[in-house]
Design a protein around this ligand. Structure first.
Ligand code: FRU
Length: 485
């Protein structure tokens, strides 16, 4: 308990009120955050925990930070929920999930420990643990760890065995964990339990058969959607294929069917969740009204560049509602954001030829939609967060149906991960681009969320111009709102 008290004292003392924080995205109050954890509804509130190292802007021994909301737009920071203060989690309380059981809020997480074995060799172990709470304070179970590597088949890693996602079905608890086998093939393992304490290893829910989907599958999630079951996971060190999977550490999904009797998931091909440069470790939960909502870390391990003077690092994506359309996931910002749209500016059938700026179309905390009505051009550029020095470009190559993103001049001082191209899916509809911007982030929803691209920028807030530029003639509809919370 001492560690928890001192981390909470530290956060209280240092968090202050930072003007530069995003206004409708979860961000770190002070220090570093990564993965979303324990996304769940409990006690009439929506809870989000996160991997947290408040003491610096770099990853370190992991705590679980915590925040709550009623509308997924306005979030309130809560006391840190878990500290790495037990022998079985002393090297980090790693990612996990949450569930309500008998009125209690139960957190499932990975306890990480690194020790020397009797030959002096450093050995890391990751085991699954639980904690019970009331939405504010959490107590670790005396039976921890409740799932250990000893329960696994011999050729499965005991070191990379993390990120439990728990759910309940017909009186049984199920839990999946990310893992790999001794050939570094990523996999997701399934467990079951009647009481959350005694667990049985069931089988491999899904596996990288070919060995071409990274080396370790982190942060799995599994849920029904429409007629299908969806598996999300984040494979580490994955090779790009065509225009897909360019982040190295990627987040992908499989659609398929699941048989609870046989515990068999028949999956299709791996698909990209997001085409931007900053998206990892997504997690979902079901809202009381039945919506399946996903939130992700708005960063990727290779893009953690922030201005040197900044005292916080890390944001979450805006929560996205998931739906199925023609066997693909469609993601849209949860509709709660609509209540915070103000100052509508709208242009219909606007002709753009050359470079143009439009009265009323600017800003950094905005919801902007651009729809193409006529495309008599080869290249159309949209410059966001723009001034003489800074810009972030979205470039539409109409013939190739490529959308290119370029943040080389957004204010980052190393342009290693600054450009990305995505192949646009549908050819039948007008191209429609919806940009959700919140100071230092741009989430782009293409064609009502059929494809999404998430990008973090480091541009001073004064750069708020928006430029349209076309090498021929375009006819577009534009709608822009400020978001005011
Ligand atoms: C994913 C991840 C998880 C792990 C956590 C540690 O980003 O590597 O697998 O639990 O981060 O912070």
């Amino acid at each position: 308990m001492e560690m928890l008290k001192s981390v909470n004292d530290y956060v209280k003392e240092h968090m202050g009120s930072r003007e530069e924080l995003p206004i409708f995205h979860v961000s770190s109050p002070i220090g570093w955050i990564n993965d979303p954890n324990g996304f769940s509804v409990y006690g009439g509130m929506i809870h989000l925990f996160y991997q947290y190292h408040p003491y610096s802007c770099e990853w370190g021994p992991m705590y679980w930070g915590h925040c709550v909301t009623e509308d997924m737009v306005r979030w309130r920071t809560m006391p840190v929920a878990l500290a790495p203060d037990q022998s079985y989690d002393k090297d980090g309380c790693f990612s996990g999930s949450a569930i309500e059981v008998d009125g209690k809020h139960v957190l499932c997480y990975t306890g990480r420990m690194i020790d020397q074995d009797k030959n002096g060799k450093i050995v890391e172990r990751q085991n699954q643990c639980i904690a019970f709470g009331n939405g504010k304070e959490y107590r670790k179970s005396e039976y921890n760890p409740v799932i250990t590597g000893d329960m696994l088949p011999k050729n499965f890693s005991r070191q990379d065995f993390r990120d439990p996602k728990v759910w309940e079905k017909n009186g049984t608890y199920y839990l999946i964990v990310g893992n790999h086998d001794n050939q570094n093939k990523g996999q997701v393992l399934l467990f079951s339990s009647k009481n959350l304490l005694d667990w049985k290893y069931e089988n491999v829910l899904a596996k990288d058969q070919q060995g071409d989907i990274g080396i370790m599958w982190e942060c799995p999630d599994f849920f029904p959607l429409g007629e299908k079951y969806i598996l999300l996971c984040s494979p580490q060190n994955m090779m790009a294929q065509g225009y897909e999977f360019h982040n190295g550490h990627n987040s992908i999904y499989y659609t398929g069917s699941f048989d609870y009797e046989k515990k068999l998931f028949k999956k299709g091909i791996p698909l990209s969740l997001d085409y931007g440069m900053d998206f990892y470790a997504p997690q979902t939960t079901e809202m009381p009204d039945g919506r399946r909502v996903m939130i992700a870390w708005m960063k990727s391990w290779d893009t953690c560049l922030i201005p040197r003077e900044q005292e916080w690092q890390g944001m979450m994506t805006f929560p996205r509602e998931l739906k199925m359309k023609c066997d693909r996931l469609v993601q849209t910002p949860v509709h709660e954001i609509d209540d915070f749209r103000r100052n509508r500016v709208c242009y219909q059938k606007k002709i753009i030829a050359g470079k143009q700026e439009l009265p009323g179309i600017r800003g950094r905390i905005i919801d902007l939609t651009v729809e193409f009505i006529q495309e008599e051009f080869e290249i159309f550029r949209i410059e966001l967060a723009h001034d003489q020095r800074y810009t972030t470009s979205f470039i539409y190559h109409v013939k190739e149906r490529i959308l290119e993103m370029d943040r080389t001049y957004c204010g980052v001082n190393r342009d290693v991960v600054c450009q990305r191209k995505m192949k646009l899916d549908s050819e039948n509809n007008n191209l429609k681009l919806r940009f959700l911007m919140d100071k230092y982030s741009i989430e782009l929803f293409v064609n009502d969320g059929c494809q999404v691209a998430t990008t973090v920028i480091a541009t001073p807030m004064s750069a708020d111009r928006i430029i349209f530029c076309c090498d021929g003639k375009a006819v577009i509809d534009i709608e822009k709102y400020d978001i005011i919370v």
